[in-house]
Design a protein around this ligand. Structure first.
Ligand code: GLA
Length: 438
């Protein structure tokens, strides 16, 4: 019954969120770091260096290749954009050779195309890559500079600062951004520098001052890195799941789909698990050279809709099977839910048998829509047996909806209202399976 109490508490508690009205669903967009890092060698590598030209290219791609229409609207400049020293008024300034027209112009370029511009700064002496940081007495100046440039989002990192500076600096930047009067979404890397877990991290406070936060290590371009992040987030779901919600999100870092480290199965897995986690969908890849396969995964409308579900409830791992299959579940609006079946096997496609009742669904008859295969599976009862084939390091992802609501949808042209009723949990132990609950 504990899960019921916790669930009721979650629904009853007022949402503690940074009150700037931004990011009511997880942000979507593109950021430079994962793919382009701190490449500043514009002379020898002009197409791939951190420069105005790179962000103009990506802005064009976001708009012309359909990304913006799907919700990918943040264009985020990560580290290495600035000049090595501040200007004579103590303000950060962009490298004049690589950003000849300045950040304000770039913001206009983005805004003219209905994109939002994000920028990176760092609480501490210098950024992780060695560029000028923001000390406590520079916070107001920097917040005002970003507002003057009409920036829409700040990623505030925490290299080269100590516990006390972070304790003061991250809340102070939140205040300073608010004080500019410009709505600037605020991403804090604070928890990542404090181990990511309570009691060192006070997530309810963080929810009041930040729109999203990096909890854990940087992603690298490999499946191993994706799995390390997934493991950490789901091993710690008891601490992390409830702290996320509209306006305040956990951030497991960028989508690396379209780079070199993930095959197609693994790319689908990253996309599916990020959707289950209600994670920001911030790509870091080269949109100019993306393969059709990567594009179709990143542009999958059903997965995006699951990620962007307006309830904004982060999902959980509900099962780890002895056959190295794991099942993840996320409740969605309109009495629907998402399930992801992940195979950690390395031998061959695995035929997995189950029923919805074994996954703690109760009552009703459901339809499951396989979001990557674009097929539906009818499950007339929760006891209906199904078999799915999950490829090694791949997923099957279902959008599951009760048939009754489907009928009403057809009649009304819209789903019935969500009834605050989740068809999932009972503390039932399945032989040979380890279950995790709320
Ligand atoms: C840290 C952050 C990364 C990136 C780099 C830039 O490592 O976690 O996401 O911003 O700094 O130096």
């Amino acid at each position: 019954m504990l899960w019921k109490v916790i669930l009721l508490l979650m629904l009853a508690l007022p949402t503690l969120a940074l009150d700037n009205g931004l990011m009511r669903t997880p942000p979507m967009g593109w950021m430079s770091w994962g793919r382009f890092r701190c490449n500043t060698d514009c002379r020898n590598d002009p197409k791939n260096c951190i420069s105005e030209a790179l962000f103009v290219d990506m802005a064009d791609r976001l708009v012309e290749d359909g990304w913006l229409k799907l919700g990918y609207k943040y264009l985020i400049i990560d580290d290495c954009w600035s000049f090595m020293s501040r200007d004579n008024k103590g303000r950060l300034m962009p490298d004049p050779i690589r950003f000849p027209n300045g950040i304000h112009k770039l913001a206009h370029y983005a805004h003219d195309r209905k994109l939002k511009l994000g920028i990176h700064a760092n609480m501490g002496k210098q950024t992780c890559a060695g560029y000028p940081g923001t000390m406590l007495d520079q916070i107001e100046t920097d917040a005002q500079t970003f507002a003057d440039w009409e920036v829409d989002m700040l990623k505030f990192d925490g290299c080269y600062s100590n516990v006390n500076e972070q304790q003061k600096g991250f809340p102070l930047m939140s205040k300073a951004l608010n004080a500019t009067g410009r709505p600037i979404a605020y991403s804090c890397s604070w928890p990542m520098y404090r181990g990511g877990l309570p009691p060192s991290v006070n997530y309810s406070f963080l929810g009041e001052i930040c729109n999203l936060w990096r909890n854990y290590d940087d992603i690298e371009d490999s499946w191993e890195s994706v799995m390390r992040i997934v493991d950490w987030f789901f091993q710690n779901q008891a601490d992390l799941q409830s702290v996320s919600g509209p306006g305040h999100w956990n951030d497991p870092d960028m989508l690396i789909i379209g780079n070199f480290g993930l095959n197609m199965e693994q790319s689908q897995a990253q996309m599916a698990l990020w959707a289950i986690m209600a994670a920001p969908l911030i790509m870091s890849n080269d949109l100019r050279t993306l393969t059709g396969e990567a594009r179709s995964i990143l542009q999958n409308k059903a997965v995006i809709a699951i990620n962007q579900d307006p309830l904004g409830i982060q999902g959980r791992r509900i099962l780890q099977d002895e056959g190295h299959i794991e099942v993840f579940w996320r409740p969605l609006s309109k009495s629907a839910s998402a399930l992801v079946f992940l195979s950690r096997r390395t031998d061959m496609p695995y035929r997995y048998h189950s029923t919805l009742s074994l996954l703690n669904y109760t009552s009703s008859s459901y339809t499951a829509y396989d979001v990557f295969k674009d097929e539906t599976v009818s499950l007339p009862s929760v006891n209906t047996h199904f078999t799915i084939t999950i490829n090694p390091s791949g997923v099957v992802m279902w959008y599951v909806y009760p048939d009754k609501s489907f009928e009403q949808t057809k009649e009304t042209g819209g789903h019935p209202n969500f009834q605050r009723k989740y068809a999932h949990a009972s503390q039932q132990r399945i032989p040979g399976q380890i279950l995790f609950f709320l």
